[in-house]
Design a protein around this ligand. Structure first.
Ligand SMILES: O=C1O[C@H](COP(=O)(O)O)[C@@H](O)[C@H](O)[C@H]1O
Length: 260
C-alpha cells in the first residue's frame, strides 16, 4: 500500500494549483540541494495553463519563491514542428508561462528541440538525446537522465508524453528519447522521453482535470490495462503524485487518496 502513487483530488483548479505550487517548491528545494539546479521535464496539452496558475502566483515568503533562474526546463515530448507553430509544446509553454515570468524571478534555461532537421524525426530525437547526455550523464555519470521532476499530462486515451496505448514505443528499454511517426493524435511526427526515463524521475507529477478524463482515470486506477499512464504508476510507484479535480476522479475507487 505504501508504495502506491498518491492520488489527490481538489474541488477546483485554483486549489489544485496552490498545492501543486507547494509540491514543486519541495522538489525545487531537493533539486537545488542535490546539484544546485532544478531539472524539470514538462509536457504540453492542458498542463502549461495549470502550471502557470501554480507558478506565477505572487510569492508570500522567501521559502515560497520559485527560483526560475535555477531551473533547467526540458520537454517530456515535443511535436516535430517549428518552435513558433501552434502545435509546438515549446510555443505553448512560452505563451502560457515563459513569457509571463516576472523579471525579478529570473529566467529559466529552456531546452527546446533542434528544428534544423524536422524532416528527419529520428534525427530530432537523437539530437535531443545527445543534449540530455551532455546535460545529465557527463555531469552525473548516470545510465539514465534523472529529472528532479517530470510534469506530465494524461490524454483521454491514457497516453502520456507521446507514449500511446498499445504502441511499440512502450517496450523501448534502451533509448532515452524516441521518435514517433504515427501518433494517433495529430500531429503524427513527434519525439518523446521513453518509459524508463519517465519512471526514473525523482518525482513524477500528473495533472488531469475535467470530466472528460473520468472514464480513463477509472481505467488507469482500477484496471491499468497496460495504459501508458498506468505503466508510469507501476514504475514510479510512490514517486508519482496525481493532481486532479473532483470531476476527473468521480467514481474512481482507489485505496490511497492523500495529501502532500
Ligand atoms: O499530445 C499531447 O497530449 C498530452 C495530454 O494532453 P491533455 O491536453 O489531454 O492534457 C500531453 O501531455 C502531451 O505533452 C502532448 O504532446
Amino acid at each position: 500500500m505504501g508504495r502506491q502513487p498518491n492520488l489527490l483530488a481538489f474541488p477546483d483548479v485554483d486549489t489544485l494549483a496552490t498545492t501543486l505550487r507547494t509540491y514543486i517548491l519541495h522538489a525545487q528545494t531537493a533539486g537545488l540541494h542535490r546539484h544546485q539546479v532544478f531539472k524539470v521535464a514538462v509536457s504540453g496539452g492542458s498542463l502549461p495553463k495549470t502550471l502557470a496558475k501554480a507558478l506565477l502566483a505572487k510569492p508570500t515568503s522567501p521559502e515560497d519563491t520559485i527560483k526560475f533562474d535555477k531551473w533547467e526546463i526540458y520537454f517530456a515530448d515535443e511535436r516535430a514542428v517549428p518552435l513558433d507553430h501552434e502545435d509546438s509544446n515549446y510555443c505553448l509553454l512560452k505563451a502560457e508561462l515563459l513569457d509571463k515570468i516576472p523579471a525579478e524571478l529570473g529566467k529559466p534555461v529552456v531546452f527546446p528541440i533542434d528544428t534544423d532537421c524536422l524532416d528527419d524525426v529520428q534525427e530530432v530525437a537523437d539530437r535531443y538525446e545527445k543534449l540530455l547526455v551532455d546535460k545529465f550523464a557527463a555531469r552525473d555519470s548516470v545510465k539514465l537522465p534523472i529529472f528532479d521532476l517530470l510534469l506530465l499530462g494524461c490524454g483521454p486515451d491514457g497516453h502520456t508524453c507521446s507514449l500511446f496505448p498499445g504502441h511499440e514505443l512502450l517496450r523501448e528499454a534502451d533509448a532515452w528519447v524516441m521518435p514517433i511517426e504515427d501518433s494517433p493524435k495529430p500531429p503524427p511526427k513527434r519525439i518523446t522521453l521513453t518509459l524508463p526515463v519517465v519512471t526514473h524521475g525523482v518525482k513524477i507529477a500528473f495533472v488531469a482535470t475535467g470530466g472528460g478524463k473520468k472514464e480513463i482515470m477509472k481505467e488507469i486506477f482500477e484496471e491499468g490495462n497496460g495504459l501508458p499512464c498506468a505503466l508510469v504508476n507501476e514504475g514510479g510507484q510512490e514517486r508519482v503524485t496525481w493532481f486532479t479535480d473532483v470531476s476527473a476522479v468521480e467514481g474512481v475507487s482507489f485505496p490511497r487518496r492523500g495529501s502532500l
